[in-house]
Design a protein around this ligand. Structure first.
Ligand code: F1P
Length: 347
């Protein structure tokens, strides 16, 4: 069955998809695309729904770190329902509307509001559709996905926004690091894919995914993938927050997935070790593992890369995508047809 699961196939195809996207991005005049809206003069506001909202958060963290200017992320529904809190200011904000399908009703409703307020925005999409005709400023990626759940579209659109941030900030070294990702993840998939599939055969009741900083939205997306692809209950937390209450869910049927940052590893690994001692199973994803990390992990995915932590964001999410699908398959479900979910949410 696994060979015929489109979602799993698309997850494994991601390195190839990223190469195609990076080829397109290198040919683009990014400054012209964004109308020279430099993050030094405009606050970039990333907007999406579901996976595209977590992508917005990861993009905002990336922009903030790469350009040194605070960027924001919002779910589209906030602009619709709470505009007094969230509507980007005309003249000083630059919204980026993110949608794989380009057809999600909430995103299309936001385009109408922005047009009415005469606020220019960038559209980022894979399929195009109405979003691509709502503005002159469109970045459409060659990441074609048949699956219901977003995998390659998430990583490709995140890579694209990191590319845009690095380009505007003149971070040539970071751009070169992005070019290394396809070969890195290709070899890691060959090393860890089977291990994740084996691990997914264990029965889990509660899943918690932990991450800090730019890895927090990645943890959120991993939890969403587990929920969508396997109809399992998964939550996400900032790693150290997990000790402030949520750890009450831990028992021997709980799984904790830790996305460990380079900078915070010493503190974060302690949380994973504590949860393991309380009976949880653990998956730890880390760039460079120490002895303590190995002890805290039932399954360790070590990226072992010289790239900067920020350039590795998409390399952290792939394991949650795969794990979600493998858990779904282990439960006798079809990850290509998640329960109660459609590919696009329309009003
Ligand atoms: C956003 C989204 C997906 C979700 C589901 C419904 O889609 O919420 O994240 O998995 O398929 O739609 P889009 O606006 O990016 O097309």
């Amino acid at each position: 069955m696994i060979a015929t699961v489109k979602t799993v196939h698309e997850i494994y195809q991601q390195p190839t998809t990223w190469m195609e996207c990076l080829r397109l991005l290198r040919r683009l005049d990014i400054e012209a695309l964004v109308g020279n809206r430099q993050p030094t003069q405009f606050q970039w506001v990333f907007i999406g729904c579901g996976t595209s909202y977590y992508l917005a958060q990861a993009a905002a963290a990336s922009f903030t770190l790469l350009t040194g200017r605070l960027a924001r992320a919002l779910p589209a529904s906030e602009i619709l329902l709470c505009p007094e809190l969230s509507l980007p200011s005309p003249g000083s904000a630059f919204p980026v509307l993110i949608s794989r399908s380009g057809h999600t009703s909430e995103i299309l409703a936001v385009t109408e509001i922005l047009k009415e307020k005469r606020i220019e925005f960038l559209a980022l999409t894979c399929d195009g559709n109405e979003l691509a005709t709502s503005t002159q400023r469109v970045l459409q990626l060659p990441a074609k996905e048949e699956s219901t759940v977003m995998t390659a579209s998430f990583t490709s659109m995140l890579l694209a926004l990191q590319f845009v941030a690095a380009k505007l900030a003149g971070k040539e070294k970071f751009l070169a690091e992005l070019d290394e990702l396809p070969s890195l993840v290709e070899s890691l998939l060959a090393k860890y894919g089977q291990q994740l599939e084996d691990f997914a055969q264990r029965p889990f009741e509660d899943v918690a995914v932990l991450g800090q900083g730019a890895l927090y939205p990645i943890a959120s997306e991993v939890a969403l993938k587990v929920m969508e692809s396997s109809s399992s209950y998964a939550q996400y937390f900032h790693t150290l927050e997990f000790r402030h209450g949520p750890k009450s869910i831990i028992n021997d049927r709980a799984l904790v997935i830790g996305l460990i940052s380079d900078a915070g590893a010493a503190q974060e690994v302690k949380v994973l070790r504590e949860m393991k001692e309380l009976g949880a199973s653990t998956i730890v994803i880390v760039n460079h593992a120490t002895e303590e990390t190995r002890e805290a992990a039932d399954l360790l995915v070590e990226l072992s890369s010289p790239q900067s932590a920020l350039a590795l964001l998409v390399a952290y999410v792939v394991w949650g995508q795969l794990f979600g699908s493998y858990v779904g398959l282990a439960k006798g479900l079809n990850p290509d047809e998640p329960l109660n979910l459609t590919r696009v949410v329309t009003f």
